[in-house]
Design a protein around this ligand. Structure first.
Ligand code: SF4
Length: 712
């Protein structure tokens, strides 16, 4: 709350949660901090329940306001001074690296961190710790769409066009996307689209809040979206709806795709997916003859061990119909996390450097090393994707220490009990967060961090539009920003006696020379230089320009040149300017149903909760709205299992179990059960999910595994 009698203050900023990054005004007066919707091009004055209640966390009684250090005798977390906590972290890092080498320390970031933090964290891992092991929870979000976009278009930007284009589409196809619950203000664009006479088609195994609004809902078996896409392209080819001139002029590789989809007769796709041929034909017709057509994927299509290929199948369809780059048309991915887009552009990923550069590209290493003031040879090579990293913790040859910023893998990782065990096996776990998350509760050192209303910075929304987060007030006493924590840790490492340094680990002089400022404006200025010339080029983006223009779309190479709301109008970001088709074929889910585990299980989100729930499970109104996990079952299945609505049920897979009340719904297939993944403890849905990963993106298969369900 604000000090009584203080002058009321307000700032224009953005919601702390999802990638829509709705505009909001924060106001502080004697009554406390309040949220007010703000007209912004993406949300147009709308906010969802989560945004409306976001200020409640600022003065929440559970908020961390002092570092915590685990007592070596009692084993309990105890309040400690910042000096004590940071000294413990640095001593732990040095001990582990001395014993086991520099890669024995890992860093795990988050898709909610600002661009400045994502950048600083990547730099800190590579220069401060000299470890190759950094990755982030965005791997669990949109990495399959990112990889598919890279290989087809040569660039990965969630939406390559402004969100407003959705309102103008004659046909809009949503695949595995439920924005009515995940980002409700986006539904205004869907409403506008249908008011303009457009057709909305949804592909989802459940009758979601979004599917209920659709003109046509295709309800496939989870894991068969790829076959559906290939069948749609098969029909488009048969009917002559493929844009031959576009394919010839702007793409390569179509023949192999054409040959591949020839085998995907609609009847074959129906047999596999359960989607009637008539619905496949109606969808193909709407896409092939629809004028302005947009195809969007989200987690339902992407969170599979074949997620990259599934997205690629929809990209192939879009390219064959000549959509990408055409006015009002295209393919896009609805990125989920607040800075899921920016978080993957500035070096938080195991294989990337700032500017969306590849870490194994010699020219990229030279450029970034130059900005950081170190020889390119000093930069570590690529690490491993998030799940592989988490699963290697504490194992022979794996990292023995990890620093976690803004992530809660104990709840959000697949096969979560196994990952929880890995975290417990570490010699040193450090977690920077605003609440004692389930992951923080396991830590040796917990560092309390500032919240979104207490620090400046930039976020990049699902359109690739760079936005300003603005501080309403400073962090409370005892709390530091993530940038200040990184800066403090770097300063301590730089002050280490050079003679003391393990040759394999920290190099104090290099850390000192590289500089780790705590001021976000200074970090952003450096980020601009580091990204210059890369795919995600921020060189021309200044905070003033963001203020003046309601955000700036990357790439934006020069301050006086234009930004790029629409990509691909003339060429794709490939060496020859052409988009690439890739033939992809259906393959079964990594785990099949059987007599012991006869049901398909899939996970997702509910409106009132966000990601692992560290924040939203602590907001009173959201807790009331969605207090606990549930297991959604078709009434026919429930009757067969002797389960009534509200009965406690146990869901068991080969990896574990969770319990939650049954919720009967005729909107789910009788062979499939669903649960939201936001919850911890007995209701943790990720206790059963499969840790099979996509071979290209590293995305785990959250969306399908085999389970049995019984009354608990
Ligand atoms: Fe907007 Fe997403 Fe925040 Fe809801 S959670 S207010 S949709 S940014």
């Amino acid at each position: 709350a604000t000090t009584p009698g203080r002058t009321p203050r307000e700032v224009a900023t953005h919601c702390p949660y999802c990638a829509l990054q709705c505009g909001m005004t924060l106001r502080a007066d004697d009554a406390g901090v309040t949220v007010h919707p703000r007209q912004f091009p993406t949300n147009r004055g709308g906010l969802c329940q989560k945004g409306w209640t976001a200020a409640e966390l600022l003065d929440h009684p559970e908020r961390l306001t002092t570092p915590l250090v685990r007592d070596l005798v009692t084993g309990a977390l105890q309040p400690a001074s910042w000096d004590t906590a940071l000294d413990r972290v640095v001593a732990g890092i040095r001990a582990v690296q001395h014993d086991a080498g520099r890669d024995a320390v890992a860093v795990f970031g988050g898709g909610g961190l600002t661009n400045e933090k994502a950048y600083a964290l990547g730099k800190f891992a590579r220069i401060g710790l000299r470890t190759r092991h950094i990755d982030y929870n965005g791997r669990f979000c949109m990495s399959s769409a990112a990889a598919a976009g890279m290989r087809a278009f040569g660039i990965d930007r969630g939406l390559p066009f402004p969100l407003a284009d959705l309102g103008r589409a004659d046909t809009l196809l949503l695949v595995g996307a439920n924005p009515a619950e995940t980002m409700p203000p986006l539904v205004r664009w869907l409403t506008e689209q249908r008011r303009n006479g457009g057709k909305l088609i949804v592909i989802d195994p459940r009758v979601t809040a979004t599917a209920r609004q659709a003109d046509l809902h295709l309800q496939p078996l989870p894991g068969t979206d790829l076959a559906v896409a290939n069948a749609l392209l098969h029909i488009a080819l048969t009917e002559g709806w493929v844009d031959r001139a576009y394919v010839a002029d702007r793409t390569t590789g179509f023949d192999a795709v054409r040959r591949g989809v020839a085998a995907w007769w609609p009847a074959r796709a129906e047999q596999l997916s359960g989607v009637p041929v008539a619905d496949l034909e109606a969808t193909a017709r709407a896409l092939g003859t629809g004028g302005r057509v947009i195809i969007l994927t989200a987690r339902g299509a992407e969170q599979h061990a074949k997620g990259v290929d599934t997205v690629t199948a929809y990209v192939n369809l879009a390219l064959a119909l000549g959509l990408p780059g055409r006015d009002g048309s295209g393919y896009g991915c609805l990125t989920g996390q607040g800075n899921g887009q920016g978080g993957r552009e500035h070096g938080q990923k195991a294989d990337q450097l700032p500017g969306y550069r590849k870490i194994d590209d010699p020219a990229a290493r030279e450029h970034v090393a130059g900005v950081w003031g170190v020889p390119a040879d000093d930069l570590p090579g690529p690490g491993v994707p998030a799940y592989q990293l988490l699963d290697s913790l504490g194992t022979p040859g794996g990292p023995r220490a990890m620093l976690v910023f803004g992530s809660n893998p104990v709840v959000s990782a697949p096969r979560a009990a196994r990952i929880e065990g890995r975290l417990r096996d570490l010699d040193l776990l450090v977690v920077a967060d605003l609440m004692l998350s389930e992951t923080a509760a396991l830590a040796d050192v917990v560092l309390p961090t500032a919240q979104w209303a207490e620090e400046d910075g930039t976020m990049t929304n699902l359109e690739g539009r760079v936005l300003r987060r603005r501080a309403l007030r400073p962090p409370p006493p005892g709390v530091r920003t993530d940038l200040a924590i990184i800066s403090d840790l770097a300063a301590r490492l730089a002050a280490t006696e050079a003679t003391d340094a393990d040759p394999a680990g920290v190099r104090p002089a290099a850390v000192a020379a590289a500089r780790f400022p705590a001021d976000p404006a200074t970090v952003f200025a450096e980020l601009r230089r580091a990204s210059a010339g890369g795919a995600a080029d921020y060189a021309g983006i200044s905070w003033d320009r963001i203020d003046a223009d309601d955000g700036v779309y990357w790439p934006c190479p020069t301050e006086d040149g234009p930004d790029t709301p629409r990509l691909f109008a003339d060429r794709f970001a490939t060496p020859d300017g052409r988009a690439r088709f890739h033939p992809v074929d259906h393959r079964p889910a990594a785990e099949q149903v059987c007599a012991t585990y006869p049901l398909h299980f899939t996970t997702g989100r509910v409106l009132a909760q966000y990601q692992s729930g560290t924040q939203t499970r602590r907001v009173a109104a959201l807790r009331r709205a969605a207090p606990e996990a549930f297991v959604e079952l078709h009434p026919d299945l429930a009757a067969r299992l002797g389960i009534d609505d509200g009965d406690p049920v146990r869901v068991t897979s080969r990896r574990g179990e969770f319990r939650a009340p049954a919720r009967l719904s005729a909107g789910i297939r009788p062979d499939t059960v669903f649960a939201p993944f936001h919850y911890a403890g007995a209701g943790r849905a990720n206790s059963v999910t499969n840790d099979a990963v996509d071979p290209i993106s590293g995305m785990p298969e959250f969306k399908i595994c085999a389970v049995r369900v019984e009354k608990a």
